[in-house]
Design a protein around this ligand. Structure first.
Ligand SMILES: NC(=O)c1ccc[n+]([C@@H]2O[C@H](COP(=O)([O-])OP(=O)(O)OC[C@H]3O[C@@H](n4cnc5c(N)ncnc54)[C@H](OP(=O)(O)O)[C@@H]3O)[C@@H](O)[C@H]2O)c1
Length: 318
């Protein structure tokens, strides 16, 4: 098969499409003939040498894919050759084939085309696990989503609205705020012009900025509020006002999805199939796709991601 190989850390130009050995199905694994993958910010960090794949994972980038099951190993439950699926991966999605534990595989939702489905696993699993499983967002509560126009943000807005919450986003331009409002957000804050911490109170904050926004995020939390940090785009360190945390009886969580063991990922995937997939089947929420790029030109997809012009997901078509 062919895959995108990273021989040395660097810019998008180090992503090279070439022949590599096919994966073989280990016990409990499914081999997917990949139709598409999608770009995540973590892929750019891996390309730059700042985010190695976890032990045992494929060395090729790509944390999600869609395609058709080609083969199954022993002890696989619920999938057979020919099934149209998408999957949450620890790596290896930028390739023509990938091996993945069956617990991380999902059917393609109704009404979603096979290529579009490649952009769903990361955003659905990240938002479901953090906003709903960890922070327990409830109907009527307010969710603040930083980076509402990101891949993650566009799913968080739609899901939180579908479950009856009020949603406020931050984004970097009036156009991006407009898109978030179209997706259902109640209010948008242009982070380049305004200080979000002066403008909103929230029960749950989904944060991708880390240190830079820590003080502001604590300030906006209501009593009993929950801050979930999933990204560190604004640095790993900040000052935490424990007095404010205690007074508000608030909680701070930090999580990553990629490094979790298969059984934890499997529990998240089951939650997604039970709770998110019915909304996709019914057309109540939709994948938000910015561009489809040939997988062999993954470098161009990374350039788009790093330009920051995109809204939603950039897909890599095999
Ligand atoms: N922990 C986990 O398990 C996990 C899993 C998946 C993703 N993530 C993280 O989630 C984040 C989004 O991922 P993605 O793949 O969806 O990336 P993406 O589409 O490239 O989004 C990056 C976002 O960052 C926003 N941003 C930049 N500076 C900002 C600021 N000062 N205030 C508010 N927003 C700002 C951008 O907003 P504008 O474009 O509007 O400027 C953009 O929407 C990344 O940090 C990623 O690492 C974490």
């Amino acid at each position: 098969m062919r895959a995108i190989v990273i021989d040395k850390p660097g810019g998008p130009e180090v992503l090279t499409w070439r022949e590599v050995p096919d994966p073989l199905p280990e016990r409990g694994e499914v081999i997917i003939d990949v139709a598409a993958s999608a770009v995540n910010r973590a892929d750019a960090l891996q390309r730059q040498g700042f985010y190695d794949p976890p032990p045992g994972a494929s060395p090729y980038p790509g944390m999600e894919c869609s395609g058709v099951v080609e083969a199954v190993g022993s002890d696989v439950e619920g999938f057979a050759p020919g099934d149209r699926v998408c999957a949450l991966l620890s790596g290896g999605g930028y390739a023509e084939k990938v091996a993945v534990p069956w617990q991380q595989v999902m059917r393609v939702p109704k009404g979603v085309d096979l290529v579009e489905a490649a952009g769903l696993p990361e955003v659905a699993c990240t938002v479901w696990s953090n906003v709903f499983m960890t922070a327990r967002l409830r109907k009527g509560e307010t969710l603040l989503v930083h980076g509402g126009a990101s891949g993650i943000g566009t799913m968080a807005v739609q899901l939180a609205k579908a479950f009856g919450s009020r949603v406020v986003v931050t984004a970097g331009s009036p156009e991006k705020i407009g898109r978030c409002l179209e997706l259902g957000a109640d209010e948008g804050i242009d982070y380049r012009r305004e200080d979000f911490s002066e403008k909103v109170k929230a029960d749950v904050v989904l944060d991708i900025m880390g240190g830079k926004y820590l003080a502001g995020n604590i300030k906006v939390l209501k009593t009993g509020g929950r801050l979930v940090v999933i990204g560190l785009q604004g640095g790993t360190k900040g000052e935490l006002d424990l007095g404010a945390l205690l007074a508000k009886r608030a909680s701070v969580y930090g999580t990553t999805l990629r490094s979790r063991p298969v059984d934890e990922k499997g529990a998240i995937v089951r939650g997604v199939v039970d709770n998110v997939w019915p909304l996709l089947d019914a057309g109540a929420i939709r994948p938000v796709v910015h561009a489809r790029v040939p997988m062999s030109d993954a470098a161009e997809a990374h350039r788009i991601l790093e330009s920051g012009e995109h809204i939603g997901k950039i897909l890599l078509v095999s």
